[in-house]
Design a protein around this ligand. Sequence first.
Ligand code: ASP
Length: 333
Amino acid sequence: MTSATRRLLFIYTGGTLGMVQTDAGWAPGADLEAWLDDQMAEQFPGVAHDFVALDPLVDSSSATPLTWQRILDVIDAHHDSHDAFVVLHGTDTLAFTAAALTFALSGTGIPVVLTGSQRSIVRKDSDAPDNVRGAIRSALDDRLNGVALFFDDRLLEGQHASKISTTDDHAFESMDAAPLALRVGKDLVFTPGERSPLPSAPAERQPFREADIVVIQLHPALSSARVDAMLTPAPEAVIVRAYGSGNAPEDDPQLLSALAGASAAGSVVVVTTQCAHGGVDLGHYASSQPLLDAGAVAGGTLTTEALVAGLTFLLSQGLDADQIRTTLGAATA
Ligand code: ASP
């Protein structure tokens, strides 16, 4: 780590780590900037740092693609003056934001590490100090290339993280990709190998806009009439959380024709799995063939969070449905 010459920017977006208890429940109010100044003086003397907070702060359960864009605007405005970025964020949609920034900053190599905590900095048992120090160390490490999420001793690829616990310190897991690095003592031990492929970023990035994306989780009691209603009018994209390796009921022509109708009307229909690991393999079982016939494409091992973020990114770039199907196909092959 060559931290002595580095300048770090903290981007505080909101979340539990900066909250205090109020009559109405936990809400923003801690002096996070002063706390970070202390952390830097104790742990990273000699590293210059600055602090920007979103105004207003956002509980991440209220975040939208426009919140992702507000974070990107700060990074864009400071990337000539700062070498690394730590984004302090609520845990609820941290995985979505990490994936969104990963897609948007793909190919730039700008080191951005997102983190949060299960308990506020004002509590003695807070997990924030460990997470924030790990995020700072990761962002300043020359081996990091691009966007990642640090939580509970693990540095995860931004497009493979999922929140797996509402209470445990071990709140995030990397789905279908090895962690980029593990913290052992104070050191980071990086995993050898390439990072997972990403849909290629356009030369001139357009800002995130709100997108019309529907997520449909298949279940045995789901009626095709309900699916039909969810797809009327046809959204810009549909993510089908199918069974196992991408399977759906074979004997439900109305469900499949609703999906085929949406696809024909211009929706990008992407299939992912309800399983935590392994991804989808459309065509492996006969019961996945109807989804292919309905015009669906496979989401590979991308999580639902990454698909929501990735589809929003590609739609924001002005790509049409066919271009998005091809781009996703290339990234998930
Ligand atoms: N609701 C909070 C948020 O995501 C929870 C947290 O920070 O853990 O902003």
